[in-house]
Design a binder for this molecule. Sequence first.
Ligand code: GCU
Length: 670
Amino acid sequence: MSEKGWSQLWLDYASKAGKDSVNGIRMGNVNVDIKDFDVDNRVIESAVKELNRAFCGDNDKVKVTLVRNKEVAKEGYRIGNIIGGSNENVAKSDAPEYVIEASDENGALYGVFHLIREKLMGKEYPNICADCAPSNPLRMMNHWDNMDGSIERGYSGRSFFFVGDEIVVNERTVDYARFMASVGINGVVINNVNVKWAATDLITTRFFDKVKELSDIFGDYGIKLYLSLNFASPIELGGLPICDPLDKDVINWWKDKIKEVYDHLPDLGGFLVKADSEGRPGPFTYGRTQADGANMLGDIIAQYGGIIIWRCFVYNCTQDWRDTKTDRARAGYDYFKGLDGEYHDNVILQIKNGPMDFQIREPISPLLGGLTKTNQMLEVQIAQEYTGHQIDVCYLIPMFKEILGFKTYCRDDLDTVADVISGRTMGNKYAGMAAVINTGNDYNWTGNDLAAANLYGFGRLAFNTELSSEEIAREWVRLTFDLEQDLEDKLVDMLLRSREIYEKYTSPLGIGWMVTPSDHYGPSVDGYEYSRWGTYHRADHLGLGVDRTDKGTGYAQQYYSPNAEMYNDPKTCPENLLLFFHHIPYTWKLASGQSLIQYIYDSHFEGCAEAEELAETWKEFEGKVSDRTYACVSERFGRQVYNAREWRDQVNSYFYRKSGISDEKGRTIY
Ligand code: GCU
């Protein structure tokens, strides 16, 4: 257990290594040599510090040489035992010598973390070697922390950045930066996209000094700090009557403001903006486009090297969708596709993975790759807003892998989402991945200890989109715990199955949204909060699902061919998205031969039984993980099982009553 009051997550060197560890990891004692890097550079200093922290054992000596090599890719690294094509130095040395080559300091730091990771996982000299370059230039975490200390969609306690409208900087901040750098994160937005209350003042003298302190700590670990921006700041801070992005006074106000910000925060990465959505102000108020808003800020911030990350989560939550063509899922594409090519070079559009909102199963947003002349990055959510609030176990990396692997058909090659958002498809300078983060000030950072697999996993995946879900899960388990092989395998298996299990006991076949309104945990079949115009799922006594074909809302036509045709036809539509795209009769036969209604019953019984089984398996970990972890996860499994039963019973009885069709297996439906 960490004495600090917070866990050391996957960097808990002291408890992993040593004679008493199950896996007998010996880290040894390090001697660091630095060639062609400035020894006083703050990132290099952090790298050296980390080596000294990790290699804290006695006896065995290890030598690590950090070498600058201009040929290595930006932020990439090579690890080997050979310098300049000769292994002379290694041969002469009596200690194992690792050589980490990088062209920049971030690369050197990531190389150090790679070496530490491999050592902690039990790899030994001379088998540790690597040649890695990050898949994505931007690898970001988005905090939805409010300045009063609350966290929007936070399930792990309160903010560790903000307490009572003040910024907190302490040792935990440093550990946070270390954790993020250890998985390759290079950008962090510290405040909620809904910029409320004191957060508007983050760009004023009231907070500059403290934000600078945070930014400096991040900078030590190669991370740029970003701020979410209130688009209405000219009104709220500047006293102007409007915030029209084309108004001269408004533009001048921003010019002065952004200059002032960069005078105080020279390392700031830029701003993240949520505009015209869910009550946020934006360019639409003044009849302007999203490009007008983003470009105005982009042009001003360009001279400081900053970027504007503009979110595409723009929709009208009060729209009347009784007209069958009106569909929230269409909104992103409808608003942004027409402006493709109009965004300036330092503006990047941040697109949620699906067209709705982080459901357990959604199609991939057609904007990804739909835009061909615009910088774009993918936004996912590791805060489990709709996926169990970090009470239920839901390892999300398999979902992210599906997203990245999706073929958009935006051109003949290099057309997967991974290609598009890495910048390689269209040659974008700014591109990448962002996650709405799942941390808070809980001892274990993520509420449920097992939810840290998503925190770790997102970073690793954003750095290397080729890693498999299993590789990432195994790394995380091995680094975090000290388990014998069979238990390690069991935990990896539990994680890998968890998303599908969650999906089975919640809303079926991509329909989504059957959660309690606003809170978004627990079942409420009719619970979609914007359901003034009818139920979201459109269930009646004959069937359910939303018709998004060319005869319905037309959403399926937002994809390139052949995806558009595939989704348009219920026979070719992937079954796990059937109800997202189609209104289907309960008697419809699925590929398995089951009817739709029988599938709903079966999957809910199965999903619930599997959640119970996960909880049962966890009991085998008693005494094998720390008591604190065991108790925390056990308590959460208790709640997950309760939740799964509620889902099973509510969903099954709802559709039994609607359809009047009994379960052919004769099980009790409450
Ligand atoms: C969801 C979420 C909100 C959040 C929004 C966003 O709608 O429920 O809390 O503000 O997404 O991504 O901006």
